[in-house]
Each structure stands twice: as C-alpha cells, then as structure tokens.
Design a protein around this ligand. Structure first.
Ligand code: ADP
Ligand code: MG
Length: 359
C-alpha cells in the first residue's frame, strides 16, 4: 500500500536510558570532579590529590586518605541509589543538599571506565574493582557481576580513577572541544573547595607536569588558602567575618571579602557554598556585587567567599540537573540580611581608611 510507515514505539534499553541520564548529570569533567571531591571530603579525608589528563577527559584520578570503602561494599558501590549516608526515609529531607544520594559513582560508571582501589584501617590489604554500567567488571571493563574485589597493596583511603569520560557519548565528546577549557574549569572547582574546606589539603596536577597547579596544606588558615588559590593581592587586605544568625532558617554566614586596595579588573565569580556544597545562586551574586559598587571604583571587582548554613529542609536543590543552582526559603530576607552585614563590614573598613588618610 502507499501508506507511510508509522514508526513503532519501543522501550529503550535500560542501559541506554541510564547513560542518557548520566550524561545530563555529568555534563563536563568538572561535574565529575565535584562529586568525587565531595565524596572524599565526606569520607573525612585530610589530603586529596588529583591528577588530570586532557582536561579530565582522558583521566581524572583522586587519591584521598579518608575512611576507605570496605571490601564487602565494593560490589555495591556503583549501583544506583546505594549510599552509606542515608539510612531512613525520614533523613531524606535532611540530606537533600548532599548531591546525588548514591547516584554519582553510578552515573560515572555509565559514561566512563571507572576503577576504585580502597583500604579501610581494619584491613591489611587494599581492594580493587573495575566498574561499568553500574556493575563490577573485568579488567577490560566488560560487565560481570561475578567479579570479586582483588586484593592489592595500597595506602589507607581511596583512589578513584575515571578514564575515557564520555567514550560512549560521542556527540558529547565532540562538543567539548577544548581540553584546556575543561582543565580550567577543573582548577576552578578544586580551588573553590580548597578555599572552603578547613582541615583538608588539596593538590591538582596535570599529567606530565612536574608540579601541581594548585597545592594547599591541610592545616592552612583561610587567608593562606585564599592566597594560595587566588593570589597574594587578594589575601593582603582580606576582611574575614563570621556572623551567627537565628532567623530565616539561617544558622550562620562565614566568609571573606577583598579589601579596597585589591585592584582587580577581572570579574571573579563569588566562591559560594551553601551547606558545604559549591553552588551557584545568581540573585545572591547580583546582590553582593551591588553592595560593593558603593565602595569600589568603577570597573574594579571584589573577591567574595561566602559559606552559608541553612536549614536543609529550606533548601531546594532540584532546580538544575547538576544541582549547582539552588533555591531556598526566605531568599529575599536572607539576601537582604547578608547584604546588610557585608555593607556593615565594608563601611567599617571604609571609615578606618578615611581616618587613616586624613591624619
Ligand atoms: P553518595 O555520595 O550520595 O552516597 P556516591 O555515588 O557519590 O553517592 O557514593 C556512594 C557511596 O560510596 C558513598 O555513600 C560512600 O559510602 C562511598 N564512597 C564514595 N567515594 C568514597 C570515598 N572517596 N571514600 C570513602 N567512601 C566513598
Ligand atoms: Mg557522592
């Protein structure tokens, strides 16, 4: 007959579905790095070393000295919705700010070749596993649920190796043309965690280079961490603050901003953490910038680091698949409160400046 062929509806293969979903969560290597850094920090690490090749597309490797993963847990590690951080349904709202609820490693295993070496303090040996599509795999990354963790020599803590990110998403790989752009985004994410994470040292090295591009000591002060990552001139006149708050579900805001002699023409995105997760919040950024406009010469940009602790049930992280964009209750009130505080510290500094200049 002349009837056109009507395409039939078929169910997609579950592996394909998961791969598509994973590619939406992990859009670029820096997204994977963020998840892996958070895991290492959650594990109580005090030192996290990162090695990168080809902007993280060829290799993204993290070594941490955290609590490690028990051998018995390794086969489950990359299954979706497996986590050691959430036990009861009632905890769900409390942990909603904490990323992917057991999805990060699963996602990565669907779009990269993932291997994990880990040793817990109680075990004399480390164990190694390969993963693909959420399951354990052979050395060649062939899916095989019967693969057992292999004993290997290793230090306490965890090594996560992500190779060939997006190897099975060719269009994505093609769209990420510049390895250098990806490397810069990796340094941006790592630098921000290095500034924020008190008691944790970080290093980030490009494969083949003799020295890391970023290196911070675990016991460095906030000022020293900011100096290491953002440069001496930012740190020289830094204004640090820590305000308690009992309103709007806000329990504290901590942070630091550059002083008035910081002569910077380049816009630096504020380093913004809400409940210890690196986030974007454009309304907050705009509000803070407008406070600075009063104090800074035109065209000068401040350095801003803010860490907010907000009641987790007031935070909505489900605004963006990568969960970097957040919304929270009492947003206007909180913004106003923060801007008022920052305005106060800046005017205080401004007054002492005028005073010094006039005598
Ligand atoms: P989530 O962080 O939401 O639990 P992930 O997929 O990121 O989900 O990680 C799954 C689990 O793997 C974590 O709950 C944790 O138990 C374990 N894990 C992941 N990375 C590490 C690490 N670096 N050190 C120790 N345990 C880890
Ligand atoms: Mg995680």
């Amino acid at each position: 007959s002349s009837q056109p062929n009507v395409p039939r509806i078929r169910k997609l293969d579950p592996t394909v579905v998961k791969r598509i979903a994973a590619g939406e969560i992990i859009v670029q290597p820096a997204n994977a790095l963020k998840e892996l850094l958070e895991n290492a920090i959650d594990a109580g690490s005090t030192m996290i070393d990162v090695l990168v090749k080809d902007g993280g597309l060829k290799l993204l490797q993290l070594n941490d000295n955290g609590c490690g993963i028990a051998r018995e847990d390794m086969p489950l590690l990359c299954e979706r919705f497996t986590t050691s951080k959430l036990l009861r349904f009632e905890d769900l709202s409390l942990i909603s700010t904490y990323g992917f609820r057991g999805e990060a490693l699963a996602s990565i295993s669907h779009i990269a070749r993932l291997s994990v070496v880990s040793k817990i303090a109680e075990s004399p040996l480390a164990y190694k596993c390969y993963y693909t599509n959420g399951q354990t795999a052979t050395l060649k990354f062939k899916q095989d649920p019967n693969c057992k963790p292999q004993p290997v020599a290793g230090n306490g803590g965890t090594q996560i190796t992500v190779e060939d990110l997006f190897y099975n998403l060719p269009s994505r790989l093609h769209s990420l043309r510049s390895k250098n752009d990806e490397w810069i985004k990796i340094l941006e994410v790592l630098g921000r965690y290095a500034v924020h994470s008190e008691g944790v040292g970080f290093s980030c090295k490009k494969m083949g280079e003799p020295h890391p591009s970023i290196s911070t000591r675990p016991n460095a002060s906030l000022k020293e961490r900011i100096r290491t990552v953002f440069g001496t001139s930012v740190a020289s006149e830094l204004i640090e603050f820590d305000f308690p708050c009992e309103e709007f579900g806000l329990s504290s805001i901590k942070g630091a901003v550059s002083g008035f002699n910081y002569n910077n023409k380049r816009k630096i995105q504020p380093v913004l953490f809400i409940n210890n997760r690196l986030v974007m919040c454009d309304p907050l950024k705009r509000a803070i910038n407008s406070v600075f406009q009063v104090f800074l010469p035109k065209g000068n940009h401040p350095f801003v680091y803010l860490s907010l602790l907000i009641e987790p049930q007031n935070v909505d992280v489900n605004v963006h698949p990568t969960k970097q964009e957040v919304r929270f209750l009492f947003e206007d009130e909180i913004l106003e409160w923060i801007c008022g505080k920052i305005h106060d510290v800046l005017s205080e500094r401004d007054n002492s400046r005028t005073f010094k200049q006039s005598v």
